[in-house]
Design a protein around this ligand. Structure first.
Ligand code: PLP
Length: 389
């Protein structure tokens, strides 16, 4: 493997080489990272469910009932009643006809896109779609086109020039874009899809548990129930556990039980995970307190950073990028923040375009006002020291 040494040297000389931080306890507002207590502004644990006592209790109880493993893929004998119940709970929460759980959001995109498209079809994908969508599209036999990020004129240009040459056309977008925090223009995407007879596919990984009534997602946020053909979500972010799901028609679910390859060839989700997730949806169904707290914290944090003169880009969600531009400076900024007890990851090319490096702060419902105030103070003094503001 020594041919990789040169690539690793390149990363080091570009200042973007990293080692993995080690969290020695649960994912909380304050974590013990590599032996030191730091404020955690990095996780996707938006609602604080990853270590919530109700989810933990549900998982423990399920271990006593089901053990720790499902024992096989869902299509053989790994399909436990708790998996079926979870599918139903998600369908009801999302207000869709049916839902089907996969082992992760990544597995969902890897399986669903190829299963519902064929060689005579065209997939049209937003330029900033998540890596798992890009890989999912690569697994499909369909032709591909990419439209400029959230640019409806460009999407329409592709539909206008290419629609007639294909059987089905599938438009795929993230619901919320994870690096900038902006929301897809779903109403116009749905309108164009109707006009040009295309199907729509929304990956709502960062919208589920965040946007819409009690976190019902981007489709609910725009009141588009019944108008998006495929809704994908993750159970690994706001829901706090692990897994992914697709929600939509019963027909689609039925087909995916036969052609969703991660479902056919990878073991079913741990039953305790399913139990914890069911508890999470139960909590979201009975109160909006969790999502309310998340948004209250996000508004406070972003408002203070804007007042200090930081460039937060185009975010419309709790995802809070602080755009620095220069990659080396960004990594140095992130490192200095950590030295002062605030953990925020630096994000550089190729995850974001070159010259658009940023630190990305992830606010959650777990943060107390004091955590946010301390983080803001450290971000301010460090940025001033480095002449970033
Ligand atoms: C995080 C993410 C995924 C992957 O979800 P996992 O459950 O962590 O595999 C898929 N799509 C998008 C848009 C994401 O942000």
């Amino acid at each position: 493997m020594s041919f990789l040494d040169k690539h690793i040297e390149d990363l080091k000389s570009a200042g973007v080489y990293r080692t993995l931080p080690v969290n020695e306890g649960p994912c909380e507002a304050v974590i013990k990272l590599d032996g030191r207590e730091v404020i955690n502004l990095t996780s996707n644990n938006y609602l604080g469910f990853a270590n919530h006592p109700r989810l933990v209790a549900a998982a423990k109880k399920a271990i006593d009932t089901y053990g720790v493993g499902a024992g096989a893929v869902r299509t053989i004998v790994g399909n436990m009643d708790i998996h079926e119940r979870l599918d139903d709970v998600i369908a009801r929460f999302k207000r869709e006809e049916a839902a089907l759980v996969f082992q992760s959001g990544f597995a969902c995109n890897a399986g669903v896109i190829q299963a519902i498209t064929d060689k005579d079809d065209l997939i049209i994908s937003d330029a900033l779609n998540h890596a798992s969508i890009i890989d999912g599209v690569r697994l499909s036999k369909a032709a591909r086109a990419v439209y400029q990020h959230n640019d409806m004129a460009d999407l329409e240009r592709i539909l206008k020039t290419k629609r007639d040459q294909y059987n089905h056309v599938l438009i795929i977008t993230d619901g919320v874009f994870s690096m900038d925090g902006d929301i897809a223009n779903l109403p116009d995407i749905v309108r164009l899809a109707k006009q040009y007879d295309a199907l729509t596919y929304v990956d709502d990984a960062h919208g589920s548990g965040v946007l819409g009534e009690s976190g019902r997602g981007t489709v609910d946020h725009f009141h588009l129930h019944g108008q998006v053909d495929v809704i994908v979500g993750t159970l690994s972010k706001a829901i706090g556990v692990v897994g992914g799901y697709v929600a939509g028609s019963k027909t689609m679910r039925d087909w995916l039980l036969h052609r969703g390859r991660p479902l056919l060839f990878s073991t079913a989700m741990m039953p305790a995970a399913a139990a914890a997730i069911i508890e999470a949806f139960e909590m979201l169904s009975t109160t909006t307190a969790h999502t309310d707290k998340l948004w209250e914290n996000a508004r406070y944090f972003q408002g203070r950073l804007k007042t200090l003169g930081f460039d937060l880009g185009v975010t419309q969600t709790p995802i809070t990028p602080i755009i620095i531009g220069d990659e080396t400076k960004t990594m140095a900024f992130s490192k200095r923040l950590l030295e002062h007890g605030v953990f925020v990851s630096g994000i550089v090319f190729p995850t974001v375009p070159a010259g658009k490096a940023r630190i990305r702060c992830m606010v959650s419902a777990l943060h107390a006002r004091a955590h946010l105030d301390k983080a803001i103070a450290v971000i301010e003094t460090t940025a001033k020291d480095m002449n970033l503001i």
